[in-house]
Design a protein around this ligand. Structure first.
Ligand code: CP
Ligand code: NVA
Length: 310
């Protein structure tokens, strides 16, 4: 088979550093091709089923448009309109969809469900966000860092806020690519211990450093990249009041940004809440690269789709 053909994309922990680097290289080429109007229809006649249990703007549109640009077709499948929403087993859904489509993309609340779908499916399954991981976002983020800071290896990324799905995936991919990563979260919001253990094991192999620092002011010293995400992810809306209180000192505003390197970039996967996890001055200011991140979702999705489905 070809490079990565048939592989699932559930978390970058399953991938070798070299494979991730090749995907980034492929995304860069696809971006150039598109800018020159020279995109090749490498997925002509192929179909991608896109199951969504939750809302999405970037992920849905970038996957759908990406499939169109590569000559294929994408089906938007709202889970409440599928029989899975009325109790049809995940296993049967996986087996049936495998008889129709060439790949499945899924956004679901429960990472275990996505793992099960991938196990039972005969076509590649791509994780489009679960409670644990957001791998496609993290790959687009690394492409964005390369574009702005060139070298990834040895850079210091500081993630400030909630140790959530996005934090997990950024931590894993950064460790894979030899970046130093510090998560700055309140106690109790560090993220999953299993993911920390995994990130630390990867960092040991690649020579990167993974750390947790409660005080964001201390964490931000020498940061090349300052990253944040929402305090209230999809599925934990009931905890909004408690979380908004717990994270108050973690808003990325001009004062916090001034503690990072002068040339540091600001990142956010979006959607953002100005005045909560980030101030308007920072996200709409000169250090912000958030719309490049959003654009790069498209180029990265195409690289992933082409690699696993071709
Ligand atoms: N960043 C991201 O995944 O955005 P959507 O929820 O809009 O897809
Ligand atoms: N952490 C956010 C990411 C949205 C793209 C959430 O899970 O809602």
């Amino acid at each position: 088979g070809q490079f990565l053909q048939g592989r699932d994309v559930l978390t970058w922990a399953d991938y070798a550093t070299g494979e991730i680097e090749q995907l980034l290289e492929s995304a860069r080429r696809l971006k150039e091709q598109q800018q020159q109007g020279a995109t090749q229809q490498t997925l002509a006649g192929r179909s991608l089923g896109m199951i969504f249990e939750n809302a999405s703007t970037r992920t849905r549109v970038s996957f759908e448009v990406g499939m169109t640009q590569l000559g294929g077709h994408a089906l938007f499948l709202n889970s409440t309109d599928l029989q899975i929403g009325r109790g049809e087993p995940v296993d049967d859904t996986a087996k049936v969809l495998s008889r129709y489509v060439d790949g499945i993309m899924i956004r679901a609340n429960d990472h275990e469900k996505v793992k099960r779908l991938a196990e039972k499916s005969e076509v590649p399954v791509i994780n489009a966000l679960t409670d644990w991981y957001h791998p496609c976002q993290a790959l687009a983020d690394m492409l964005t860092v390369q574009e702005h800071l060139d070298q990834l290896n040895g850079r210091k990324l500081v993630y400030v806020g909630d140790g959530n799905n996005v934090a997990h995936s950024v931590m894993i991919i950064a460790a894979k690519l030899g970046m130093d990563i510090t998560l700055s979260t309140p106690e109790g919001y560090e993220g999953e211990a299993d993911v920390w253990a995994e990130a630390r094991a990867i960092a040991e192999q690649t020579g990167s450093k993974v750390a947790h620092v409660v005080d964001p002011r201390e964490a931000l010293q020498d940061a090349d990249i300052v990253y944040t995400d929402v305090w209230v992810s999809m599925g934990v809306e009931k905890e909004a009041d408690k979380r908004n209180k717990a994270f108050r000192r973690y808003q990325v505003n001009e004062e916090l940004m001034s503690l990072a390197k002068k040339e540091a970039i600001f990142m956010h996967c979006l959607p953002a809440h100005r005045g909560e996890e980030v101030s308007a001055e920072v996200i709409d200011g000169p250090q912000s690269v958030v719309f490049d991140q959003a654009e790069n979702r498209l180029h990265v999705q195409k690289a992933i789709l082409q690699a696993v489905m071709r």
